[in-house]
Design a protein around this ligand. Structure first.
Ligand code: 2HG
Ligand code: ZN
Length: 482
């Protein structure tokens, strides 16, 4: 192992001395995750400004056997972007690679460096009257490279897909420093394996994404937004089916919100009034968007709500009368994640099951969790339209967060994940695996899947230097096909 001085000297020679952070105070924001749960150490945080510099840094670390953690905006909820506490791992931050390189409004694509924040990418598209449709709460700090590495999803996947669907080209620095460049904006390219998709969702374990060509879509001319009380998760699913039938492709978001999830946000705002009178166990936030006239969309929303009322699925609804209203509705939804942090002690289960099974899953899993601890608050919310909910049981108000998590975290996670697996679902729909869920993968991926994942890992990163300890569970001892 190099001394810290030798390491810093070598890396500074590549990125310049202002591209290396070494004091504890300077590295602190890069070695602790967003939630303050994973606290690691690093001898140096290196901030290359070009792909060439990333390549040289990686080649140097590879040659000297130094582990690396690629980092974007450090907003991972799974501890995927921070080093462990061994103090041996170099953090490679992409924050200086923050240029939008091109917006092509004929091809409807945008070429960006990996360190561009999602909000900057969206603003660049908007400046050219286009939409880059990924929408997640952390857009001001998360970066495109991290969004790709985690295959980020969010609230508009229902309409536009996740990052995997929104990428057309990629530039990646491989674990030995070679650059794999395919910054093409092609919608059709049948020339063999789609290598770029290997790096999407790989959480930086196969290389460092340094640039991307992203899809753009036309900006919708009108939107209609409603905050709707529904009778049950099952009623919500039925309402979504009708919304799709009645509005064509216009349903852009369909977010489920349970009463305990809403309560957290309202409590955080000094027990602010809800958007609807009375208390409802379940609500959905519906957004329609289209290129057509606003009146048509408003009419479609009314038809959807009337259909819901007529069938007994909808109990009440507030329809946004202005952009400000719509923003207010969305703010409530977006604040749920942080509100859990302030309340302390929720057990995050970011799950998905087929939409046809989501309602029965919610009922079954809620009953099973409440049988363990009846006072848990069932903070359940999220992207129901994609079959993805954040199923996050929260400590009873009277219980200490630390003691609650120590007692229930693993038991509840395993219980929920087993039920998800039984429904043919995924234990991580959009947050990835990181450090938090890597030991759970063993339970739910088949031997063949795990072995193939490791074969890919070994082929690209035989020294296991790229984000070690993340995503992949311990290397299996079995060997397939040899
Ligand atoms: C959301 O949909 C995010 O708000 C965060 O994916 C979910 O905090 C969470 O569990
Ligand atoms: Zn989410």
């Amino acid at each position: 192992m190099e001394t810290q001085t030798a390491l810093v000297q070598a890396l500074s020679a590549i990125v310049g001395s202002n591209g290396c952070l070494i004091t504890d105070a300077d590295t602190a924001p890069f070695v602790t995750d967003y939630r303050g749960i994973y606290r690691g150490k690093s001898p140096v945080v290196v901030m290359p400004a070009t792909t060439g510099q990333v390549s040289q840094v990686v080649a140097w670390c590879h040659g000297h056997g130094i582990p690396m953690v690629p980092q974007g905006g450090n907003t991972s909820l799974m501890g995927g972007a921070v080093p462990d506490d061994s103090g041996t791992t170099v953090v490679i931050s992409l924050r200086r690679m923050n240029r939008v390189l091109a917006v092509d409004t004929v091809n409807d694509t945008m070429t960006v460096e990996a360190g561009v924040t999602l909000s900057a990418a969206r603003a660049a598209a908007e400046g050219r009257k286009r939409l880059f449709p990924l929408r997640i709460g952390s857009e001001g700090s998360c970066q495109i490279g991290g969004n790709l590495s985690t295959n980020a999803g969010g609230t508009a996947v229902l309409r536009y897909g996740s990052m995997r669907d929104l990428v057309l080209g990629l530039e990646v620095v491989l674990p030995d420093g070679r650059v794999l460049s395919s910054l093409k904006g092609l919608r059709k390219d049948n020339t063999g394996y789609d290598l770029k998709q290997l790096f999407v969702g790989a959480e930086g374990t196969l290389g460092i994404i340094t640039g991307a060509v992203l899809k753009l879509v036309p900006q919708p001319r009108s939107t209609a937004t409603a905050f709707v009380a529904v009778a049950s998760p099952d009623a919500a699913v039925r309402l979504l089916g009708e919304a799709r039938t009645l509005s064509g492709q216009a349903v852009t978001a369909f977010e489920l919100i349970s009463a305990p999830a809403l309560d957290l946000v309202l409590a955080h705002h000094g027990n602010a009034p809800s958007l609807l009178p009375g208390r409802h166990d379940w609500m959905v936030l519906i957004e329609l968007a289209s290129a057509g006239e606003a009146e048509h969309l408003d009419a479609a929303m009314m038809e959807i709500l009337e259909c819901g009322l007529g069938n007994g699925w909808v109990a009440d609804a507030a329809v946004a009368a202005s952009l400000a209203d719509a923003q207010r509705f969305w703010r409530i939804r977006e604040e749920i994640s942080d509100a859990q942090g302030y309340a302390g002690g929720s057990i995050k289960c970011d799950i998905s099951v087929p939409l046809s099974r989501i309602a029965q899953f919610i009922n079954k899993a809620s009953a099973a969790v409440l049988a363990l601890e009846p006072a848990m608050r069932m903070v359940i919310y999220g992207h129901m339209g994609d079959g993805n909910v954040h199923f996050n049981p929260l400590r009873p108000a009277c219980r200490d967060a630390g003691a609650f998590l120590a007692r229930w975290h693993m038991a509840v996670s395993n219980l929920v994940d087993d039920l998800v697996h039984a429904e043919n679902g995924s234990i991580s729909a959009e947050h990835g695996i990181g450090a938090a869920k890597r030991d759970s993968l063993d339970r739910y991926k088949s031997q063949e899947e795990l072995e193939l994942m490791w074969q890919v890992k070994r082929a690209l990163d035989p020294k296991n230097l790229m984000n070690p300890g993340k995503l992949l569970p311990s290397e299996p001892t079995f060997v397939v096909g040899v």
